[in-house]
Each structure stands twice: as C-alpha cells, then as structure tokens.
Design a binder for this molecule. Structure first.
Ligand code: SAM
Ligand code: SF4
Length: 472
C-alpha cells in the first residue's frame, strides 16, 4: 500500500482546486510507478495530495488482478471506504488499474461500490472522469491504447526514500502466458521513447536520486522504432528496423547518461534476455549485476502448457550464459505452485530447479485461476487447494535453504552497498542493497543516506547480510 506525501504536489499553482487526493497502490512495481503518473496528472489539475483518507475528496485505489486474493482485498477495502461517504457526501471513489476492465460493470452498476473506473491506459482522462461524477454521473474509461506510454509526463515521486526510483520504459505484454491476466488488463506491448527515458533519469539524478530501476512486464522485449505497438515492427523495412533501439541499446544509453547512478531493471522474460544485454551489463560498472528471471516452473511439460515457450534445459542454459559472462550475477525467480494438472514428480522438478539454478531469492505463489485467460478457458484448475499449499511450503523451504547457502558464501566478502535508509529493526543500523540486490544491514557511522559504502559481510540470515563498513 502506498500513500502520497502531501508536500509532493508541485504543479497545482495555476488551476484553482482545493480538493484532496488520496491514492493507494496494490500489486507490482508497475502499479506503484503508475500511481506516480496518476498523481502527476491530478496535480496538474490542481488536486492536492493527502495521506489521510478521512481528509480526502477523491480516493483512488490502483488495483491488481494478478491473483484472486488481490481482488478480494480490494473489494473489502472498497466496502470499508464507502463508509467514508457518511462523513463526506461529495467523496468520489475510483478503482483504477488492472481490476478496472474485468469488474467495471459489477463495481459501478451492480454493487455501486465506486464512482469512477479507469483502466491503465486512461489516466489522462481522470480529471474529466471526476468532473463527470461532479455532474451527477458515474464515469468509466477502460479503453486500452495502441500508443499510450505516458512518456511525456514527469511522475510525482511518491512515498520515496529519495535514493531509489522506478522508471517505466514500456507498457503491456505480448507474451500470453496461459495463466496470466496482464495482456488482457494492460494490453499490447508498447515501448517508450528512449530520449524521454534518459531525460527522466537525468532529472532524477539532479534531484539527488542514486539508483533507478527500469520497469516493464518484459523489459528485454523493449523496442523503440518511433512509437506504437511492437507487433507493427515486422512491417518496417530492413533499413527502418536497423534504426530501432533495443533493450541493450537503451541500457547503454542510460548507463552513459548517468555514470554515477546505479541501474537495475525488471522483469526479464527468459525468452528475451540475450547475450547482448548481459555483455552490456558486464561492460558498465553502474549497471547492477542482478537479473530477475522468472522461471514459473522447473518442469518442461508444465512450462509448455503455461505457454512460456522454453524448456527447463533451455532455461538452465540461459542461467549458464549469464554466469559465464557475469560469474557473480544475482538471479531471482518467480515460481507458481500447483498449476493445472501438475503432478508430484513435476513439482519435484521445480524444487530441483531451485537448487540447480541457485536462485538468490524467489517470489513464490499458489496458482490462482484468472477468468478469461487461456488456462481458465482450456485447462482444469485441478490441483486441490491443500496440495497447492503444501507444494508452496516446500518451494519456500527449498528456496529459503538456498538463500541461506548463498548468503553464507558471502561471509568474509566485501560488498558495495547503496544506503537506502535506517534499518527497519534498529535506528542505529543502516539498510541498503548490494549490487546483486541482497539486503545488507550494518551499524551507522559517519555515512549518510544515499552514500555508496563497502561493507565486510560478517553474518548472514535467509534474507539479510550483516556486516560493518570497511575503508578501502
Ligand atoms: N512479466 C513477468 C514475467 O513474465 O515474469 C511477471 C509479471 S506478473 C505481474 C508477476 C508474477 O505473478 C508472475 O511471474 C507469476 O509468477 C505470478 N502470476 C501471474 N499470474 C498468476 C496466476 N494466475 N496465479 C499465480 N501467480 C501468478
Ligand atoms: Fe504475464 Fe507472461 Fe506477460 Fe509476464 S510475460 S506479464 S507472466 S503474460
């Protein structure tokens, strides 16, 4: 969940509007980055941010539809927020983002839980939609766009630590993994103009930020050839195609533009990550040695019915390629437990993938059937809930053991850490991340937030490296 900081409204001077906006974000980093775009658009129209929902005139929930429990949480939250209307008759409640398309009729008409529904490509319309509600209606725009990237907007940095920031580089996804709702909620793939990306990164540097993460559902598929949907690329002439900027080109442009900033990116689809990208990472010291490379399963039959377009062996070869070029590269994974028809043996393949690939950490989920996806239409969600839960527990235990093994191997080594702020557990410790994206905690000295320091690792837990600053 994310709250806007009231002091972050900067553009409201020229439009008279004293109404207050409160935004909550759910789900993936893309959604958090989108909330910064939403705030920017609303601030341009004079809305002022608030962190107090009871003080708000407009409440937006920026929603996630990736799993059923994400939707359930938002429904509960909406029911609760409706009570706020008792204190403020004019309160406007909006559901934005991935839940918008699927649940628009239910939320607006049947359950009358919300006044505004807006999909991920219609945020520029939000001030107009709010005005329509002011006129007494309910307002909706869930149209998906061929071109929208919000590339010209300057996102308002929300809930920021002032050190790290997200920069959205593309929208939508063309991959159609059978379990996934994203292509339906976020539409076809479009890439943002690389010059607007570089400009945003340079602005962040001027504002004191030290690290950026280039964001997209499938960043390695980034391809800019003047705008529009990626599927149009094949219609270009060979000469026009040769002018296009791919992800490795973009990484290089950003690395050269801000040599003193750390650069990360997420997420990579194993099909699209290639040697050119990894060689570019190795070439520039400011590009972090870390790749989030979701496998989803360790079994080739399951990968096939997930429409991931690779096998276990092919995935492991990608890991080999990465580690041949960057031996210490941090690699993390997403894993789904109990996908349709998964057998015990196939589940064991996922457990062995964790040990073979030696993931530094993973995000792990039970399969959740999403209406409208190819899996929901063609495959039975037939692994019983208790079996899914048990398999997920085994996956988490196996990954935790691997985390510990890998973190223990780092004891005695010196890691470079960007200080992000105080440790959650103790105000006398700093918290930061290593190049490989591992959390590092160490006692405070004369350093400041945003400093890059060298830390000798002395101890390790499943999630954290603990050490002390060394002067080198
Ligand atoms: N684009 C990224 C990729 O392909 O790896 C991931 C995007 S998705 C927002 C993040 C993760 O959610 C996926 O990698 C997958 O593990 C998980 N996920 C997506 N759909 C799911 C579903 N129906 N049930 C459970 N987990 C799901
Ligand atoms: Fe979903 Fe697959 Fe696209 Fe990732 S690559 S967003 S899992 S369809």
């Amino acid at each position: 969940m994310l709250f806007l900081h009231p002091t972050m409204s900067t553009n409201s001077a020229n439009i008279k509007n004293t109404r207050k906006l409160y935004v909550e974000s759910y789900g993936c980093a893309m959604n958090f980055a989108d909330s910064e775009i939403i705030a920017s658009i609303m601030n341009e129209h004079g809305f002022v941010n608030t962190t107090d929902e009871l003080d708000a005139d407009v409440i937006f929930l920026n929603t996630c539809a990736i799993r059923d429990n994400a939707e359930t949480r938002i429904r509960e939250r909406l029911k609760h927020l409706r009570m706020n209307k008792k204190h403020n008759n004019d309160l406007i409640i909006g559901v934005l983002g991935c839940m918008a398309e699927r649940l628009k009729d239910k939320l607006l008409e049947e359950e009358k839980l919300v006044d505004v529904v807006a999909g991920p490509d219609s945020y520029r319309d939000l001030p107009k939609l709010v005005a329509e509600v002011d006129e007494g209606g309910r307002a909706i725009n869930v149209l998906l766009s061929r071109e929208e990237t919000y590339g010209d907007l300057n996102p308002v940095r929300l809930n920021s630590n002032g050190v790290t920031a997200f920069v959205s580089i593309m929208r939508g996804c063309d991959n159609m993994c059978s379990f996934c709702v994203v292509p339906y909620t976020r539409g076809r793939e479009r890439s943002r103009d690389p010059h607007s990306i570089v400009d945003e990164v340079k602005t962040l540097q001027l504002n004191g930020y030290k690290e950026i993460t280039l964001l997209g559902q499938n960043v390695n598929s980034y391809l800019y050839f003047g705008g529009g949907q990626k599927k149009e690329f094949k219609k270009l002439t060979p000469e026009e195609q040769a002018q296009a900027v791919d992800f490795a080109d973009l990484l290089e442009m950003v690395a050269l533009a801000v040599p003193n900033m750390r650069i990360r990116y997420s997420t990579s689809h194993p099909r699209d990550i290639n040697e050119k990208v990894v060689i570019t990472m190795a070439k520039y010291k400011n590009i972090c040695n870390y790749i989030h490379l979701p496998a989803q399963s360790g079994n080739s039959r399951i990968l096939d019915i997930m429409s991931r377009n690779y096998t276990r062996e092919w995935y492991l070869d990608k890991i080999k390629m990465i580690r041949n070029i960057i031996p210490d590269c941090g690699i993390s994974c997403d894993i789904i437990a109990g996908f349709c028809s998964e057998t015990e043996e196939e589940h064991q393949d996922t457990l062995s993938l964790i040990t073979e690939a030696r993931f530094d950490f993973s995000y792990m989920y039970k399969y959740s059937e999403r209406p409208g996806t190819p899996a929901a239409k063609k495959l039975a969600d037939d692994v019983p809930e208790e079996v899914k839960s048990r398999r997920l527990t085994e996956i988490i235990e196996t990954q935790n053991a691997m985390n510990l093994t890998k973190n223990n191997e780092r004891i005695g080594k010196i890691v470079e850490v960007l200080i992000e702020g105080s440790s959650k557990k103790s105000d006398t410790d700093w918290m930061g991340r290593s190049d490989e994206n591992i959390v590092v905690v160490f006692p405070k000295g004369n350093e400041n937030k945003g400093d890059m320091v060298k830390v000798l690792v002395e101890r390790a837990t499943v999630t954290t490296l603990i050490g002390k600053v060394v002067n080198q």
